[in-house]
Design a protein around this ligand. Structure first.
Ligand SMILES: Cc1ncc(COP(=O)(O)O)c(C=O)c1O
Length: 409
């Protein structure tokens, strides 16, 4: 069934703005349900947790509700597997810090050049402990990560592979279930950056059997907040980052030093309510998980339609180079579409686009090593149009008309 776009767009009040938002991989618009929950928390429960009095107990229940909701979004087996934090960057830095004592000199970690720096930097820091960091190269023609190349890098000393689920520049989905199984067969763990994946497809950490999995809620229709999944047995092994007297058993608070942001954690739960409502509209009557999965089927179809509309235009222009898969209907692609235009500065294209009130972005999007490998960093990177399910074909047509004006037909 097709998404009811009137319903969808009504859930995002900011879409009434006369701007067209096509920088969703930078940050999506926020759901009204999320803002409502945040205000509800502030107006009813805004006290410190841990008090014996009733409102403090209510605040704790709201915080726990948020964690349970986000566990449903990940399909985690229990809420305690979810760690909240201000950003994916910080959560992955915390993870590397909490794992540091699991590494010995000579151990190996593999990172990819296609990742955002958030899932590279924290692992390269282990070099200070004598850990050897290797880079999983991409195929230079297809820009894809191949298991044969990973196989060539892995040894019995490999402890961890850190890889993105979707490149925020190329929009290519990596086969995470297959990669996780490959990595586990060789005795290592896998840490996945899902920031550019989670807004577009259903997450299922149990089905894929990943060890660590992080996403940013502000790109997934929520607030500036992030969540990290740590499989429970691994969570138990992580060092305590909180006060010494809490110890390792304080799960997951040992990974949330200080206070987590209660209101944003509770508010984020409304993302799941929204997805479940889309699933119901698609006719799914089962569990909330089933509804989320049904919602993402419709989201995928809408995204394929709008992505392909733009990509078919870019394919016809002989001055444009599309970075990543060229077919918008390819199931391995999300509509995060980056391209360069011969002889044109990406910054100027974006600045020119401002007068059409279409928000797009240029640069390397903090995937600096990928930008360098593609040879685009020195030229202001690429233009990125990052669509999501609430964008419409009409909006894409307005973008195409603006591109025709700016670049010439
Ligand atoms: C793929 C990817 N990973 C990680 C990040 C960093 O996320 P955060 O801003 O939550 O630290 C981003 C942000 O753009 C991203 O696109």
């Amino acid at each position: 069934m097709a998404l009811d776009l009137d319903y969808v767009r009504a859930q995002f009040p900011a879409l009434k703005n006369d701007w067209i938002f096509m920088d969703n991989a930078g940050g999506s618009q926020i759901l009204k349900g999320v803002v409502d929950r945040i205000s509800e928390y502030y107006y009813s429960n805004n006290v410190q947790l841990g008090g014996s009095y009733q409102i403090s107990q209510d605040a704790l229940a709201a915080f726990q509700q948020g964690r349970a909701d986000i566990a449903t979004l990940f399909n985690a087996s229990r809420p305690e597997e979810i760690v909240f934090g201000p950003s994916t960057t910080i959560l992955l830095q915390f993870l590397s810090k909490a794992m540091v004592n699991q590494f010995r000199a000579g151990d190996e970690v593999i990172v990819t050049i296609t990742d955002h720096e958030s899932n590279i930097g924290p692992w390269t820091w282990l070099e200070e402990r004598g850990v050897i960091v290797k880079f999983w190269p991409m195929n230079k023609e297809t820009y894809e990560l191949e298991l044969e190349a990973l196989d060539a890098l892995m040894t019995e000393k490999t402890r961890l592979v850190a890889v993105t689920h979707v490149s925020n520049l190329l929009g290519t989905i990596n086969p995470i279930k297959e990669i996780a199984s490959f990595v586990h067969d060789r005795g290592a763990k896998i840490c996945v950056d899902a920031v550019a994946y989670a807004p577009h497809r259903a997450v299922d950490v149990q089905d894929w059997n990943v060890d660590f999995y992080a996403l940013s809620l502000y790109k997934t229709y929520g607030p500036h907040h992030a969540a990290l999944y740590c499989r429970y047995d691994h969570m138990k092994e992580l060092d305590n980052l909180y006060h010494y007297f809490y110890g390792r058993d304080k799960i997951p608070a040992k990974m949330e030093p200080g206070n987590a942001n209660y209101e944003l954690s509770y508010g984020s739960g409304a993302i799941v309510d929204y997805l479940a409502s889309l699933g119901e509209q698609a006719g799914e009557t089962g569990s909330r998980r089933k509804k989320i999965e049904a919602a993402f089927k419709d989201i995928e179809a809408q995204e394929a339609a709008i992505g392909e509309r733009l990509l078919s235009y870019l394919r016809k222009r002989n001055d444009c180079t599309i970075l990543g898969i060229r077919d918008g209907r390819d199931p391995r692609r999300v509509p995060t579409i980056a391209f360069t235009v011969q002889g044109q500065d990406p910054e100027k294209i974006c600045l020119d686009m401002d007068k059409y009130k279409i928000a797009i972005r240029f640069g390397d999007f903090h995937a600096r090593r990928l930008g360098d490998a593609l040879g685009i960093t020195k030229d202001n990177g690429a233009v990125r149009v990052s669509l999501t399910h609430y964008n419409t074909l009409e909006e894409v047509d307005r973008l195409i008309a603006a591109l025709d004006d700016i670049l010439g037909k």
